[in-house]
Design a protein around this ligand. Structure first.
Ligand SMILES: [Zn+2]
Length: 253
């Protein structure tokens, strides 16, 4: 029981930090300074108003000064991070298990931030891509052969880049953003050549189906852009966190 409570608390603290990342990175505000403030009235948030999850309920979801609502996404990100930490938390502690936990929890943190930032701002921040690249590269240098990460990275970056370039020559419009192409290349380091081909294929497929449905439902105009990062992340989440399920799915496909 204690390990569930401890891992949940650990997760919510990181969730609280992720909320800061998700708000601050795309708005060009430093991650640690200035200290937390209300985006509406700029009042500094005191330490006891900044306790993950607890403060949201104590403040009844409003700023203590101007009473503007705190977005529901804040406690949701904290709860989700707590649950993910419970699932990933090692049952027995060893150096290897702690390393495993840090690896997978870091991937979760980047994926969730990318997902939410791309939906709202249509960007995949370089800082997050860079951090993910370092984690994958370090892991691959130790555990994978060079042809796995090198070919994975090259296919992941060059294949979408050339398709985007051809699309641009034909239509004078950018298909994929540079952030998407960088993310494909970085994921290729970890997923390897076949894994990244699966990801490119399935994310393009799900992205097109979803976009087509939105156009049919008149929620999206034909000319307007739809963030594509969430589809890459969604497929990669299955590939990295549910590999058995993903492989079974591939066989049916
Ligand atoms: Zn306020």
């Amino acid at each position: 029981m204690t390990h569930i409570a401890f891992s949940f608390c650990f997760g919510t603290i990181f969730g609280s930090f992720l909320n800061a990342v998700i708000y601050r990175l795309p708005n060009g505000i430093g991650l640690f300074l200035p200290r937390s403030f209300c985006p509406s009235c700029k009042k500094k948030i005191l330490w006891y108003e900044n306790i993950p999850l607890l403060s949201f309920f104590l403040l009844k979801g409003r700023c203590s000064n101007c009473k503007v609502s705190i977005p529901k996404s804040y406690p949701m990100v904290e709860i989700l991070s707590g649950l993910v930490a419970i699932i990933l938390w090692p049952k027995v502690f060893s150096f290897q298990k702690i390393l495993d936990f840090s690896f997978y929890f870091s991937i979760y943190c980047v994926f969730l931030s990318h997902f939410l930032i791309d939906i709202k701002h249509k960007i995949l921040p370089n800082a997050l891509n860079f951090y993910l690249a370092i984690i994958f590269f370090t892991f691959s240098l130790v555990f994978k052969s060079w042809n796995h990460w090198l070919y994975g990275m090259l296919i992941g970056a060059l294949f979408p880049l050339s398709v985007t370039w051809l699309f641009y020559l034909a239509k004078k419009k950018e298909g994929l953003g540079m952030g998407d192409i960088k993310l494909f290349g970085i994921l290729g380091i970890h997923l390897g050549p076949m894994g990244i081909i699966h990801n490119i294929f399935l994310s393009c497929l799900t992205g097109s189906i979803f976009g087509f449905m939105l156009i049919l439902l008149k929620k999206l105009k034909k000319e307007s852009e739809m963030p594509f990062g969430p589809f890459i992340i969604l497929v990669a989440t299955f590939q990295i966190f549910f590999p058995d399920f993903f492989n079974k799915f591939l066989k049916i496909f």
